[in-house]
Design a protein around this ligand. Structure first.
Ligand code: CDP
Ligand code: MG
Length: 742
């Protein structure tokens, strides 16, 4: 094997084996850097172990070169030819985060001196950047799971690398169980599990004693500082700390961990402003934000060098990166010397009792705090400022973050597993089995939607639903929309909703965070995070822009799109207006519409159209001038989302149907009245429970479209039940009268 790492053959070190072209100068420059990464010390040991084992677990500090180097080692060591020599097999490397998949694959393409999308590619939901030439593919764990639905033995792959396994995302956990089965049937397939933390011993137990390799870290010491008192406002404290470091500490870049896009953009603006107010007294800065919905070109900015000092011997220039959890282990940024850790991240929580999945800014775990501080010591000794007390660290933080599978609504995963032919979910080999109640709830939801029959068997409808990369409610709505003669409009709505991030919070979360008293009180006071980083939820940013300086104009612009019946239809208006104005960027700008979000929605729409075509689902619209145009759309929505309905009680409050949770219309709604019944897209909690993206529907439709769910014989006692009873009576009477007339 050659030492060049990039695939040069022994007899010609200057020719790239993948392209047949001579290597560029840049290739050799990067190669030198790569060779100094810790994993290179163990390259031979790694390949030897891999050659003798089907499964291998590799643990190494963030930045040791796992994600970028290991797949290349594998690539140069295995034969990708299929026995019939017809085609090449691939190496897959999964990432929990879209951003990481995109960014790392770009880097690796550069390291291999090939074009991204050719030999090295990536695949994330709604975006496939790979080709028939691709031999190394970075993909989100969710995408690999989707691929397994059509290729159950994952026959495209020779080696599968499950990276960032310590994150324990839902998709990675399902893949563990799935691939464990596949390995029994495919002796030629190999699995490498890579992790940044030592929980890896748990993986070893699960994979029946697979060898564990540790890459010794080369972390420099990091000094940890805690606050004396709990901080009331972590955002303000984080900005203050940035300023203190910038004014008083020697050179070195700063990494600040915050929770979501809006909060991060806000912080970046404030930091830039405060620093510019100080003029020449301080060095120049480059303030960079990092979160999953950032366009790739902007993501690249985190790797740019800091600005040079204004004058020789002047105060140092710095790069200040304000990031979500992405920078915790997924992306390695060199040159960070100072880390600011407020102690929070956005985490998913699920309460099966009230069927609410939520994303809540919650205290991180000790393991996370440890990873975050580690980011300060990559290149030299560093400092980490924890914006909470040492006592809080010791007493309030859990040792590890709970695996996502224990905190999620499993409807989507259960549908996938059913499609994969795994019927006995109770005995499926989960590393951490989910609560039986959560599994029950998932089966129940899928049964109500008609995806599973009463025996729990996948129906034809369920099969089609599983093919759409959407939540089950949404795919149901889309699939039945031709029956309501409005599939064109529902398609646009799905695309727009996929572009808007569901934020659902539950009561349970408040209880969870209240338990961590010190941190929680601080968090409730300062809650402002709005966007999540979860690959399944966040596709594109909110479609409305609301710049601080021109909020009034922005609100007026938004109101112009407003539809009297609600927010879903408002989104549809925005999409239609965007298309009517030929996707014109200046139109977007003038109307405070986020062009990126609309473009992304349009792209999503095209892909959904393709899936519709595959199942011969008709594309149709009701005549726009017909009275039924919007009514049909609203009815189709209800056909998917009949479980997300709230009823306005006499007290003037909305209660969610069946679960009877008090909820309020989110202030962002365009509704100017309070309809008796509303359908909602998200359940949001800030200081109270909100339902967001709501549309007016009629009670009569509930009993027409979803009588199986609105079956009053097993309906909890509540005001809505009385109303429904009357509606059923009315319906019966109407039917009898119709019969008489005949
Ligand atoms: O996966 P692990 O955390 O072990 O490390 P990695 O992501 O493979 O990163 C190894 C090295 O590649 C680090 O020094 C990164 O700074 C560098 N890298 C880079 O320069 N640009 C990227 N887009 C990704 C990684
Ligand atoms: Mg990595």
């Amino acid at each position: 094997m050659s030492e060049s790492g990039g695939g040069a053959t022994n007899n010609n070190h200057l020719i790239n084996r993948w392209t047949g072209r001579p290597f560029s100068q840049r290739y050799f420059e990067i190669l030198e850097k790569r060779k100094s990464l810790p994993v290179w010390q163990q390259k031979h040991q790694f390949l030897r172990t891999l050659a003798h084992n089907q499964i291998l677990i590799l643990v190494g500090e963030t930045g040791s070169g796992k994600t970028t180097q290991i797949p290349q080692f594998v690539l140069n060591a295995v034969d990708l030819e299929t026995p019939d020599k017809c085609r090449k097999m691939m190496i897959a490397c999964t990432q929990p985060r879209r951003v990481a998949a995109m960014s790392v694959s770009r880097r690796v393409a550069e390291e291999m001196d090939v074009t991204i999308g050719e030999e090295v590619g990536y695949s994330i939901r709604f975006e496939d950047c790979s080709s028939s030439r691709t031999v190394l593919k970075y993909l989100t764990d969710g995408m690999l799971l989707r691929e397994a639905m059509t290729d159950p033995l994952l026959e495209q792959y020779k080696v599968i690398i499950l990276d960032e396994a310590h994150e324990r995302t839902l998709a990675t956990d399902v893949l563990f169980g799935l691939i464990k089965e596949v390995l029994k049937n495919r002796h030629d397939l190999k699995l490498v599990v890579m992790s940044a933390t030592l929980e890896a011993e748990k993986f070893q137990g699960y994979f029946s004693g697979a060898p564990l390799m540790k890459v010794p870290g080369r972390l420099h010491p990091v000094e940890i500082f805690y606050t004396q008192e709990p901080e009331r406002d972590y955002l303000e404290a984080a900005i203050r700390t940035v300023m203190q470091i910038h004014m008083g500490e020697p050179s070195g870049d700063i990494l600040v961990f915050l929770t979501g896009e809006e909060e991060i953009e806000d912080a970046c603006r404030k930091i830039s402003k405060e620093i510019s107010n100080l003029g020449d007294q301080v060095g120049p800065v480059k303030v960079v934000s990092l979160y999953s919905t950032l366009p790739p070109a902007m993501q690249q900015k985190i790797f740019e060098p800091p600005p040079p000092p204004l004058k020789e011997g002047g105060p140092p220039g710095r790069k200040i990166i304000v990031s979500t959890n992405i920078a915790e282990t997924s992306l390695t940024i060199d040159g960070i010397v100072y880390v600011i850790d407020p102690g929070f991240s956005k985490q998913k929580v699920y309460n099966p009792r009230v069927r609410v999945e939520s994303l809540l800014v919650s205290p991180i775990s000790k393991a996370s705090a440890h990873q975050r501080s580690g980011r300060a010591g990559r290149t030299q000794p560093g400092k980490c400022f924890r914006l909470y007390t040492e006592k809080s660290f010791n007493n309030d933080l859990q040792p590890q973050t709970y695996p996502e599978i224990l905190r999620s609504n499993l409807a989507n995963s259960v549908l996938t597993l059913k499609k994969l032919g795994i019927d006995d979910l109770v005995h499926f080999d989960f590393m951490d089995p989910p609560a039986p109640e959560t599994l029950m709830r998932a089966l129940e939801v899928l049964n109500y939607l008609g995806a599973l029959d009463d025996d729990g068997t996948l129906t034809k409808l369920g099969e089609i639903m599983s093919e759409f990369p959407l939540d089950p409610q949404m795919s149901k709505m889309l699939i039945v929309s031709p029956e309501f003669n409005c599939s064109n409009e529902i398609l646009s709505m799905c695309a727009m909703l996929s572009g808007i991030i569901p934020l659902i919070f539950s009561i349970l979360c408040v209880c969870v965070s209240f338990k961590c008293s010190g941190l929680a009180s601080m968090h409730l006071l300062t809650y402002r995070g709005l966007l999540c980083d979860n690959q399944f939820l966040s596709l594109a940013p909110n479609c409305f822009v609301r710049p601080r300086e021109v909020q009034k104009a922005a609100d007026e612009a938004k109101a112009r799109f407003g539809h009297i019946d609600g927010d879903h239809l408002t989104l549809l208006n925005v999409y239609h207006a965007y298309k009517q104005n030929n996707e014109d960027p200046s139109w977007c700008y003038d109307n405070f519409v986020n062009q990126r979000a609309l473009k992304s929605a349009d792209n999503v729409r095209q892909q959904l159209v393709r899936i519709m075509a595959r199942f011969s689902l008709k594309l149709c619209s009701t005549d726009f001038n017909s009275r039924d145009y919007y009514i049909n759309i609203r009815k189709a929505m209800l056909a998917g989302y009949f479980m997300q309905v709230a009823h306005l009680g006499r007290t003037g409050h909305y209660l969610t149907v069946k679960d009877n949770q008090v909820v309020h219309l989110h202030p962002s709604t365009c509704l100017d009245h309070k309809p008796e019944w509303v359908i909602y897209n998200e359940y949001v909690l800030t200081s109270r429970n909100f339902i967001r993206t709501v549309t007016d529907i009629r009670g009569g439709w509930l009993v027409d479209i979803a009588p199986h769910y609105y079956d009053l014989s097993n309906f909890p006692h509540c005001e809505a039940k009385g109303v429904l009873e009357r509606l059923y009576k009315k319906k019966k009477k109407g039917k009898e009268e119709a019969r008489k007339h005949k």
